[in-house]
Design a protein around this ligand. Structure first.
Ligand code: CO
Length: 297
């Protein structure tokens, strides 16, 4: 390497150092209280608005805190990186960055519906980071519960569902079927708890799930018992993404809930709107969970 070349390399290194210093300086000027919102994620670009809406509301509600977003689904993270060139952090990556940037307090808010496997694994990450003392730790770190946690949460969700979808079940025979995700995890019981409370509120709403209990078979039996004539399908998920579009509402797929229920003789309509869409009702519940978790820090 000639003398000239060395000068060029040295100059390059120097410039990189200056740039890094600049980034550090602007980082240091920021508020050191943060909120990390953690969703399962979605690979559907047009469904993403539901998550963004929660992020925007959280920013507005907590103007003194920096709000960031991470996804728990590695499948979705890899898919959107490959197909949409969007790099989304895991919770561990996001916390590690926030730690390095000097955040002193971070509330991690789960945007999951139930305390299932995704929530458990997020809690595991938060516990792990929380155990770190010294210069690599975050002094105050807490985690906010998913949507359905306390009895009050269920009451608020029943109210939200009633306000949004009650209009589809005003007349005799009209019902609303909520399609949740479902899981093998014990947290799946949350769907049954919600059903009991919807029943108690006298709402002709039926809860089902794609991967857990109750399944479509149970939903069908319930509709029969209710003497339903019309069904409005609604995703009981933050986003109206892949499951909502395909498992719930795909008219071309004979196995979709829409096709199966139509074949049973019901008049079926599908609403492709996630719980995060439409209004800030969902984000408001999460904001309260953030407040509760922050109080523990
Ligand atoms: Co799924």
């Amino acid at each position: 390497m000639g003398k000239r070349m060395w000068v060029a390399v040295l100059l390059g290194v120097l410039m990189a150092v200056v740039a890094a210093g600049g980034a550090f300086a602007s980082g240091a000027a920021r508020a050191k209280d943060g909120i990390l919102l953690v969703a399962f994620g979605t690979s559907e670009p047009d469904a993403r608005g539901a998550i963004d809406r929660v992020v925007e509301f959280t920013k507005k509600t907590f103007p003194d805190r920096e709000v960031r977003l991470a996804y728990t689904s590695n499948i979705i993270r890899r898919k959107i990186l490959k197909e949409q060139n969007i790099a989304m952090d895991t919770p561990a990556m996001a916390l590690s960055k926030m730690q390095d940037e000097g955040f002193q307090a971070v509330t991690v808010q789960s945007l999951h519906i139930i305390a299932g496997e995704e929530y458990d694994q997020l809690a595991e990450v938060v516990r792990g980071f929380g155990a770190i003392r010294g210069k690599y730790g975050i002094a105050r770190l807490s985690i906010g519960a998913p949507l359905l946690d306390t009895f009050e949460d269920y009451e608020r969700v029943v109210e939200l569902l009633k306000n949004r979808y009650g209009k589809y079940a005003n007349n005799k025979g009209e019902t609303v079927v909520l399609m949740g995700h479902g899981t093998h995890h014990r947290g799946n019981a949350s769907y049954s708890q919600l059903q009991l409370m919807l029943d108690d509120a006298n709402l002709p709403f039926v809860v089902g799930s794609v991967e857990g209990f109750p399944e479509l078979d149970q939903v069908k039996r319930r509709l029969e018992h209710m003497k339903a004539t019309k069904v409005t399908l609604v995703p009981f998920m933050v986003v109206a993404g892949d499951h909502a579009k395909n498992d719930m509402a795909d008219a071309e797929d004979p196995e979709s809930w829409l096709s199966v229920l139509k074949k049973e003789g019901y008049a079926v309509e599908a609403v492709l709107q996630g719980l995060g869409d439409g209004d800030d009702g969902l984000a408001e519940i999460f904001a309260d969970h953030i407040r509760e978790a922050s109080a523990e820090e």
